[in-house]
Design a protein around this ligand. Structure first.
Ligand SMILES: Nc1nc2c(c(=O)[nH]1)N[C@H]1C(S)=C(S)[C@@H](COP(=O)(O)O)O[C@H]1N2
Ligand SMILES: [Mo]
Length: 206
């Protein structure tokens, strides 16, 4: 009797396992509405300190500087904002480029929630590796610039800037800050970030 009961329990457990759908994990998209995408894993790794690993449990994204209402968001709080997708080609000054599908939230949405002061005209991005770069506030608003959390339909890998990368379309790669930790509103359009202070153009138009 006992043995029969054990066999029934084992059968139930095994049956239950077999019925559960198996997750295959997220699959990278390589074709989007007829457009060919590059692999997010094929890019040259050129960051100043190598890929960063951010502990998402203890992560916050700050929006500060010249704002009326400084904000701090958890990863999930950022992802609660409306999602947008764009296919954008990144051009690095090293001479390579990559066409990728990005999904993210509007930077202007986060900035509006913090209520940028009238004199703010520049947005400085700070990253976990100490890297910084900046973009004009007007460009961020008028071009609907994204803060991406997915590339080719997968969550950004560490190498691609997890949790967030600035998708600075039509600007050179050094404006695409990865591992973003802080969005700082400033009134200094001549602010020079990591590569800009080494002589690269602040405009950085492609
Ligand atoms: N935090 C951080 N962001 C960074 C860099 C860096 O060194 N640190 N390098 C920049 C440069 S030069 C390029 S070309 C792009 C590459 O972005 P990708 O890995 O998404 O292609 O990241 C940019 N963002
Ligand atoms: Mo770059």
């Amino acid at each position: 009797m006992k043995a029969a009961a054990i066999i029934i329990i084992i059968a139930l457990v095994l049956g239950g396992c077999a019925m559960k759908p198996k997750s295959l994990g997220a699959v990278e998209v390589r074709d989007y509405q007829g457009e060919k995408l590059d692999s997010a894993f094929s890019l040259r790794e050129n960051s100043i300190k190598g890929p960063q690993h951010i502990d998402i449990e203890n992560y916050t994204l700050k929006v500060g500087g010249l704002v009326e209402a400084p904000k701090e968001y958890s990863y999930d709080e950022v992802l609660k904002h409306k999602a947008y997708t764009k296919v954008i080609r990144l051009y690095c000054v090293e001479g390579w480029d990559a066409n990728l599908l990005w999904e993210g939230v509007l930077l202007s949405g986060l900035i509006d929630e913090a209520k940028a002061k009238k004199e703010a005209n520049t947005v400085i991005f700070h990253a976990y590796d100490g890297y910084t770069s900046s973009l004009p506030l007007d460009y961020i608003k008028s071009r609907n610039i994204l803060l991406a959390y997915k590339v080719n339909n997968i969550t950004l890998p560490d190498e691609r800037g997890f949790p967030f990368e600035v998708i600075a379309e039509d600007k050179l790669g050094y404006k695409w800050v990865r591992w973003v930790t802080e969005i700082e509103l400033s009134d200094n359009p001549d602010y020079k970030g990591t590569w800009e202070s080494k002589g690269y153009s602040n405009k950085a138009d492609v």
